[in-house]
Design a protein around this ligand. Structure first.
Ligand code: ATP
Ligand code: PMV
Length: 443
């Protein structure tokens, strides 16, 4: 019995929301310390069987037998009629990919999934700690536990893809760029198919590659895949060609927040309305051309200035420590004189102002008034560089970039009474292989 373990980080899209749905625009995505995990056990078998267990959520279990249809495509069938589209599509795409490569897929595979605190509401849960990992256990099934917007499905698909690929690809190595690209491409296909739509994919990209500047791939790459049910279609060949032999023309460049700064995530409400918000913004954009294009270009100018200013801070931290320490002191004192600080502050204010205009014109709550008031109070705090509403916006979260010593989390200011500051931080790395012993007593 071979055993391996993997983990992938949640995400926060700091700038680039909505625009990143268009290949033209770049986004700034921070990977978070809340991670999801997969522990895989496999042994050769006379036929392929896959069992996925999520013991934290009422011991949810999905068990698949694999059928071969008339065209030779492998179809996972959950033996108890249970549904988890993200698990099913991941198994479908990985199996058909390796089947097309003529790899032996006859293994009995058991994969245990774990999610760190942070992905879901901790209410009505029991914390279990084995001395290495801490997980919350719920008496409810996964779909009945409120989510927090960190990208649980993207992480699930990424760690599940990695677990399965590690069974069929003996020398699978998360430090190998080609292997990472394989995981990314397979996971994007499965995630989009499971969601029934093609978002920008920033969440799967962050789960795979970590904190990144990200520009999306063309949705046509995935939308043009045939269905594995299509008569006479060798689905696996199409997946193999898309995943291995196609340039996706997307970009991901590693980033990290400048030295001495950290990300603080505030949870304001559970649940996110991303799909509805995206539909409303798209309608506003199409109904208000060409003015809406000008608004997007203004937002993109803000995004670019934010990104370039953080790059300058990273360079100064290395090339001019004295100047950089003065910059950090200005943030701590709440008096921005240095151009790089005024540029960052003004770029986010410009982005937020444009999003408030879209909110008003499109009747869509990207930055609702209550969040505007909260953010305006947050940025007055000493040690805070800037603050924004991550991703699609709405009511559920705020992101803050602050100095390591900023004590906003301990503030008694009544403005923050509805904010739960999450116990997580930014991480640079995406997919990691973990020590299987870290999960002892949970597995
Ligand atoms: N630990 C887990 N075990 C099994 N399935 C999971 C787990 N975490 C997430 N999922 C799957 O992902 C689904 C949630 O994905 P969905 O796209 O609805 O939200 P999301 O955008 O990923 O959520 P969020 O960004 O809030 O984390 C769950 O209903 C479940 O099918
Ligand atoms: C609105 C969008 O650009 C970002 C959504 O981010 P989040 O799910 O709210 O973290 C959608 C997308 O990129 O797929």
């Amino acid at each position: 019995m071979i055993q391996r373990a993997f983990s992938a980080p949640g995400k926060a899209l700091l700038v680039g929301g909505y625009l990143v749905l268009d290949q033209e625009y770049e986004s700034y995505v921070v990977a978070l310390s809340s991670r999801m995990h997969s522990v895989v056990e496999s042994k050769p078998s006379d036929e392929i069987k896959v069992k996925v267990i999520s013991s934290q959520f009422n011991n949810d279990t999905w068990e698949y037998s694999i059928l071969k249809n008339s065209a030779g495509n492998l179809k996972p069938l959950e033996i108890n009629g249970l549904k988890n589209p993200f698990v099913e599509k991941t198994i479908l795409n990985v199996l058909n990919f390796f089947n097309a490569k003529k790899s032996n897929v006859n293994y009995e595979i058991t994969i245990k999934i774990f999610s760190d605190p942070g992905f879901h509401s901790e209410n009505e849960s029991k914390v279990m700690f084995n001395g290495k990992k801490k997980f919350n256990f719920h008496k409810k099934t996964i779909t009945n536990v409120p989510k927090t917007g960190l990208g649980s499905s993207a992480c699930l698909v990424t760690v599940l893809t990695s677990a399965l690929v590690s069974v069929f690809l003996n020398d699978f190595n998360v430090n190998n760029e080609e292997n990472l690209s394989l995981i990314h491409n397979l996971a994007q296909v499965a995630h989009c198919q499971a969601q029934g739509k093609v978002g920008s994919g920033f969440d799967v990209a962050a789960a795979t590659f970590g904190s990144i500047l990200y520009q999306r791939f063309s949705a046509d790459l995935i939308n043009s895949l045939p269905s594995f049910e299509d008569e006479g279609i060798n689905y696996g060949e199409h997946v193999l060609n898309l995943v291995n032999n196609t340039d996706w023309h997307f970009t991901h460049h590693r980033i990290q927040l400048p030295k001495g700064l950290r990300l603080i995530m505030g949870d304001v409400n559970t649940g996110s309305e991303t799909t509805k918000l995206v539909a409303k913004v798209k309608a506003w954009y199409n109904d208000n051309m060409p003015e809406s294009l000008n608004v997007y270009k203004s937002i993109n100018d803000g995004n670019s200035k934010f990104i370039s200013s953080l790059t300058i801070m990273n360079e100064l931290a290395g090339s001019n420590v004295e100047e950089y320490n003065l910059i950090l002191k200005e943030i701590e004192q709440g008096e921005f004189k240095h151009k790089v600080l005024t540029d960052i502050s003004e770029s986010i204010l410009k982005i937020r102002s444009n999003f408030r205009n879209i909110s008003k014109e499109g009747s869509v709550d990207i930055e609702p008034a209550v969040q505007t008031e909260l953010l305006n109070n947050v940025i007055k705090q000493r040690g805070v560089l800037t603050a924004m509403i991550p991703g699609a916006g709405g009511y559920d979260a705020i992101s803050i970039i602050a100095t390591n010593d900023c004590n906003i989390k301990k503030s008694s200011d009544s403005s923050f009474e509805n904010v739960t500051f999450l116990d997580l931080k930014q991480e640079n790395f995406g997919l990691l292989e973990e020590e299987t012993s870290s999960y002892d007593s949970f597995t």
